[in-house]
Write a protein that binds this ligand. Structure first.
Ligand code: KG4
Ligand code: ZN
Length: 334
């Protein structure tokens, strides 16, 4: 059973072929980062046009790399929500056309559900329930996953997402878009001092599982303007900001696991690729006797393999979508 996955929700055009829910035959990702770096962020109209230009070639490349043809596909899975509407429509239209022409099922996938399912590509035998931290450019949430497709939200950000905090702070440090991955590298390779600049960690009370990152952005701006930190090297700034984002993510995820009595923690979304977050979460889980699964970095950031994987579990459960399925800019997973 081969599933063609398609992802075009933001600034990556991606297609992947997944066999039997486990064997990843290809995962082609055409990034638009260079295009959007010029404007310091994603311009939706520009992203949509680029998806249109790339989608056909990306799907062909995914088939070629996998050594299969259109006739070998058993279903097509596509991210149809949430995301940039014009960008999503490109992938959804391609998927509908293929499902119609090839007479195969269409599987419409929630982008955040797919991020969570990237964990099943790393570790196919996950026993429920689990707690999953989703931290990306637009989302910072903690989910209790009770079974396939069964989600309960335990905590969420009250303002900015963790990836947004990385990218906006990076801009204040003079780093190019998208700053998160650069900040990670700078802090790691430069052995940055996380205590160089004192920055706030919004706890929101001893019991809270929510996040707040908007105060951090203001604090970084004020510290940048203060003469006191004028001589702090960039790698120390990067390490300080990174620690201020990572600490609440780890504290609240472990608090959630403890409260729910869950022994297995998953991580998902672009920020899950952050090396400091992974190290800190790994140490905290080891200390508390929890199992931790983290997808490899290429499966943490946006990709079509995760869409195909979520699609496989939809297909297994008989959750097939009609060809007139809608495309939505926003929708909560739970
Ligand atoms: O999941 P994703 O690829 O797209 C969304 O669905 O938003 O996440 C992108 C976010 C961006 O904010 C990016 O800066 C951040 O993930 N990111 C990182 C790292 N890699 C990607 N943030 C910190 N460290 C990284 N290594
Ligand atoms: Zn994403």
């Amino acid at each position: 059973m081969n599933i063609l996955g398609i992802e075009t929700s933001c600034d990556e055009t991606s297609a992947a072929i997944l066999r039997d829910g486990r064997e990843l035959l290809s995962n082609v990702i055409a990034s638009q980062i260079d295009l959007h770096a010029k404007t310091g962020g994603v311009v939706p109209e520009v992203a949509s046009r680029q998806h249109v230009a790339q989608i056909g070639g990306v799907i062909e490349e995914a088939l070629r790399e996998a050594g299969v043809g259109y006739g070998d596909m058993g279903a097509v899975a596509v991210a149809n929500r949430p995301g940039l509407l014009g960008a999503l429509l490109v992938g959804v239209s391609a998927a509908k056309a293929l499902a119609y022409a090839l007479h195969i099922p269409l599987l419409a996938i929630h982008h955040i559900e797919a991020h969570i399912y990237a964990n099943w590509l790393a570790e196919p035998d996950i026993t429920f329930p689990v707690v999953c931290l989703v931290a990306s450019g637009g989302h910072s949430e903690i989910f209790l996953v009770r079974g396939h497709g069964d989600y309960q939200i335990l905590g969420r950000t009250r303002d900015d997402a963790a990836g947004e905090a990385f990218d906006k702070s990076a801009r204040l440090l003079g780093l190019p878009y998208p700053g998160g991955v650069l900040m990670d590298r700078l802090a790691r390779e430069g052995h940055g001092n996380p205590d160089a600049v004192p920055l706030p960690r919004a706890q929101l009370g001893p019991e809270s599982l929510d996040f707040s990152f908007s105060g951090l952005k203001t604090a970084v701006l004020q510290a940048r303007q203060s003469a006191q930190y004028a001589d702090v090297p960039t790698q120390d700034w990067a390490a300080s900001v990174q620690a201020a984002i990572v600490e609440p993510l780890v504290v609240k995820t472990l608090r959630a696991a403890k409260r729910e009595g869950v022994g297995h923690v998953l991580m998902a979304g672009g920020v899950a690729a952050n090396s400091h977050l992974q190290e800190t979460m790994r140490a905290a889980c080891a200390r508390d006797g929890l199992r931790l699964t983290v997808p490899p970095p290429r499966l943490c950031t946006d990709n079509a393999a995760m869409i195909a994987c979520a699609g496989y579990y939809h297909w297994s459960a008989g959750k097939i979508d009609a060809l007139d399925v809608d495309t939505l800019a926003s929708e909560r997973l739970a």
